[in-house]
Design a protein. Structure first.
Length: 550
């Protein structure tokens, strides 16, 4: 319940601080006195957007602070989820700065408006005149029935499962689109992959093949030069090897005579050893190099295959071709993997559908049970409100589609008069009837809802006399389960309040201000008498006011 409200520098209010009790509180005042200002201030506390026009003094900030007693409403989880300090008496504060910026706090912790709006859903229901038309909205109609049906827990399970179901369907759509894309290229990719696999490529083999091709393609020229070199090295009289041996013999003879000669001898010995090895390698190469047309042809074919593949894939190396081969292989494999993943998701969707159908059936059955309870309660409440023949026919139709709150579609049919046909509520009910129906609905919901506070803003518009008296009784009865506020112009309702506040304007230093005052008993008598007879209060009006208060 709302415990207190303080307002500074808001619209026509310079400074106001008021405390509220539980039970039924009425607020009265002349049109334009500032009742809408109170509603606007509460709206800011509940997360509505603000602007500079809200400031009375544009040079100072506006502060609105409300204290709520929440210990009986199981809101700890909300505070934990939003990392907020939980207090049994929670304080919500809004500040509007002269710059136009707005700040919000819950128990002195800064919050955004979304968090504030979410919390406000658990704290206060402000019912204004235009909201009566919401009765015609399917969402509101389902909320009414589901409250009576105690469906919220199963709907929560359904909503959670529906979220997973939609995610699975979204994933399936993406996977199928990817699979379609891959399948369009699948045959071509498979052909390219097969072509590369048949080539049996190995990293570095192009260089080896090119070297081998050059060797095989020039075998006669190579042999000619190898034999010539071998001949020069081994010629018996003038060969390089023979000459080196003779040089070694000559230098060896003088080596003992100096270090220089000895070093030269060692170098010639090393040179002789190296050249002897060269001669042996020339001999080996000469014996190994021979014409092989078949190998030359095979090498050329492999090289031409590599060149052709490089040209096709616009690359310059075997390593790049191997990378393309790996990518193609991954694409071919990904098709198989995707098909497996799609099958898995389809199974998940099937499982989700089974769960959703079971939950939706439970929701539907609970609604079917709740509908006669709701319609009977509404009829009983509306009878003393001048609608003795009001009847409701609430029809549920199960569909195949999964909606946000089940699989049902709803028709809220209404008949106001005996013998009249049923029709859609929004087409049949008049404005005054809709107000009374809304009050009846709120009265029924007060038995099932955990909402701590409700505020009716002139829900009594269009009624008077005994009906107004009955409406006041209904609101007073509701206040046994929750805190109820009523902004009213009717004395019959004003007399039912546990507390009575009056909104009025005063002029101070040429400035108009709105004030809110808690009326004492005698002041209430005068206020209600004025509501009955106007500014000139008659004795009968005073007596009538006392009767209403008693």
């Amino acid at each position: 319940m709302i415990v207190s409200l303080s307002i500074e520098n808001f619209a026509l209010i310079e400074k106001l601080s008021v405390r509220f009790s539980d039970g039924f509180t009425v607020i009265t005042g002349e049109t334009g006195a500032g009742k809408s200002i109170l509603l606007g201030a509460l709206g800011l506390v509940l997360g509505k957007r603000a602007d500079l026009s809200s400031l009375k003094n544009k040079e100072e900030k506006c502060i609105i602070e409300a204290h709520f007693q929440i210990k009986n409403y199981d809101l700890q989880s909300f505070f934990e989820a939003n990392d907020l300090d939980y207090e049994e008496e929670t304080i919500i504060r809004r500040e509007i700065l002269p710059s136009g910026k707005s700040r919000a706090f819950i128990n002195d912790t800064p919050v955004n408006l979304n968090e504030l709006q979410e919390l406000s859903n658990f704290l206060l229901d402000i019912h204004s005149q235009h909201q009566t038309q919401e009765l015609s909205d399917d969402v509101v109609q389902f909320q009414i029935i589901d409250s009576v049906a105690s469906n919220w827990e199963v709907i929560s399970q359904y909503t959670s499962q529906l979220k997973q179901y939609k995610k699975h369907n979204s994933d399936l759509k993406l996977k199928n689109e990817l699979l379609d894309s891959l399948m369009k290229e699948q045959d071509y990719n498979a052909f390219l992959l097969e072509e590369l696999l048949l080539a049996n490529l190995k990293s570095g083999e192009q260089e080896v093949l090119e070297s081998q091709f050059e060797k095989l393609n020039n075998v006669e020229f190579i042999n000619e030069n190898l034999l010539k070199s071998l001949s020069i090295a081994n010629e018996e009289q003038y060969g390089v090897l023979q000459n080196l041996k003779e040089i070694k013999i000559s230098i060896q003879k003088i080596a003992p005579f100096s270090v220089e000669f000895n070093t030269l001898n060692e170098r010639i010995s090393s040179l002789l050893i190296e050249f002897d090895d060269i001669e042996k390698e020339l001999t080996r190469l000469t014996e190994s190099v021979f014409s092989n047309p078949e190998e030359l042809e095979a090498t050329n074919e492999k090289l031409q295959m590599i060149y052709s593949l490089q040209k096709k894939h616009q690359v310059n190396s075997v390593d790049e071709l191997l990378e393309i081969q790996n990518n193609l292989d991954a694409k071919v494999i990904s098709v198989v993997t995707l098909e497996s993943e799609i099958s898995f998701i389809e199974n998940q969707i099937s499982e989700s559908e089974i769960i959703l159908n079971d939950l939706a059936f439970t929701i539907h059955e609970n609604r079917e049970v709740a509908i006669p309870i709701l319609t009977n309660k509404l009829s009983l409440i509306l009878e003393p409100l001048g609608m003795a023949n009001a009847r409701f026919d609430i029809q549920l139709t199960s569909k195949e589609a999964f909606y946000a709150n089940g699989k049902d579609e709803i028709q809220f049919l209404f008949s106001a008069n005996k013998g009249s046909d049923f029709g859609l509520l929004k087409k049949i009910a008049s404005g005054g009837e809709m107000s009374r129906i809304m009050l009846a609905v709120k009265s029924v919901l007060s038995e099932y809802s955990k909402l701590p506070t409700i505020l009716f803003d002139e829900i009594d518009t269009g009624v008077s006399g005994e009906i107004a008296h009955k409406m006041g009784e209904i609101m007073k009865q509701m206040s046994l389960n929750m805190q109820v506020f009523a902004i009213t112009h009717l004395p019959q309702i004003a007399g039912k309040g546990k507390e009575h506040f009056k909104v009025f304007k005063v002029i101070t230093e040429n400035q108009t201000q709105s004030e809110l005052k808690l009326l004492a008993k005698e002041e209430r008598v005068i206020e209600i008498a004025q509501m009955l007879s106007g500014s000139t209060i008659s004795e009968s009006a005073l007596n009538h006011a006392k009767e209403l208060l008693n």
